[in-house]
Write a protein that binds this ligand. Sequence first.
Ligand code: NAD
Length: 448
Amino acid sequence: MTDRLQDPEHPAPGPVADEPSMAQVQFRRAKAHIKGLKRGLIEFLELPNRTVKVCFPIEMEDGSVQTFRGFRTLHNHVLGPGKGGIRYHPDVTEDEVVGLATLMTWKCALLDIPFGGAKGAVICDPKALGETELRRITRRFVHELGANIGPYTDIPAPDLYTDEQTMAWIFDTYNAMHPGANNRPVVTGKPLELGGSKGRLEATGEGCLYATERLIEFGLVPELTSLTGARIAIQGFGNVGAVAARRFMEAGARIVAVSDSQGGAHAADGLDVNAVLGHRRAHGTVVGTPGTGTLANPDLLTLDCDILIPAALGGVVTAANAADIKARLVVEGANAPVLPEAETILAERGVVVLPDIVANAGGVTVSYFEWVQNTENQNWELEEVERKMKARVRRAVEVIVARWHSLNAKPTESDADSLVAPVTLRTAALVVAIERIARATLQRGIWP
Ligand code: NAD
């Protein structure tokens, strides 16, 4: 498995002490622009539908027994079954899982995906666990979750420190628990042989490119009229960052810096991304790629460039470094890399943030395509997957930009939170997503 542990210094989108969580701040900024939502409906949209907490023992390879705790949150299922990753991490908290499940709700609604938002986690240190232990933890977690996951209830996917092997174990365990049915759609991000979709691994990085291209076409970033020659710095060289680096380079951009957990590689005239990939394969890090200078991780964020793509951790652009960001556009490849107070500072400085809800939505879009292929026992060609994903991501950007224009045309007089926060693309995206779910809730009718 790759190095996927989050840096404990960088907060995830859960609450800090009694402060509202990042997801709540973002929700409140958006709801101030939505008229006529009843108070009870607002609470329903903000709060998670349910969190299942489980606790189970595992016999370790040395014969000892350890007890593990896990969660699965279903934030909202008005549009369809829950969808969201499962992460394995020693510091993961229930609040963090709730925040990420909330983001999934808005992301699915914005991308017109008929799923709700969910997220799950097991508190464990995958770096200290052997494969047998990881398999036992996965199987037992699925067993403990029981009917709380399923092809039409809640559909997990990979997240930090889980991968297609983990998804294969989830499928196999669920299948053993429900014999005689087509259980492939219970989980996405599976290996191709077990019904995984072509293009899933590349989808998130590729979606970043499609979303950025569409945004630039709108001329919303005045200093950036084309990707040709644009200087791009990318934090994180994993699934999202490395694919984004290659795709942006192929689109004509210059990748001036990339980084991983050990540091960064920098070349003002542009890196050869394939050479960086080769160096990382051979040495386990991008640092020291021949022909590049070395860069400390915090310096990558404030490097002189046109586009910054944080594609590693949450909470890396903060009130402390937002004023020093030189990029004119920040594309959120990771979930929640820009903290709300940093976003306000960036907006005031005219730096545009293309939010995670659309910038990294290529992944969940192709996960949805995997689910569709599994339910129909189909296997789409790569070209079909990419064409359909690109169309959805571009459409989502178009919808966000249209709403951003209309929100800026008539400023709201509502609550204090919105008055101090400029209308950003994120706020516009959340307004669209929240309105869609609110409308669907009322169309279904408040039950009973
Ligand atoms: P990954 O584990 O494949 O890659 C993470 C990369 O970040 C690695 O290169 C790692 O070395 C690097 N990294 C870790 N700490 C770092 C630090 N302090 N500074 C710089 N780099 C550091 O993970 P991924 O799948 O690429 O996911 C990255 C982010 O994107 C996560 O926030 C994830 O939740 C989000 N995301 C991923 C997907 C997906 O489909 N993979 C979809 C949506 C969102």
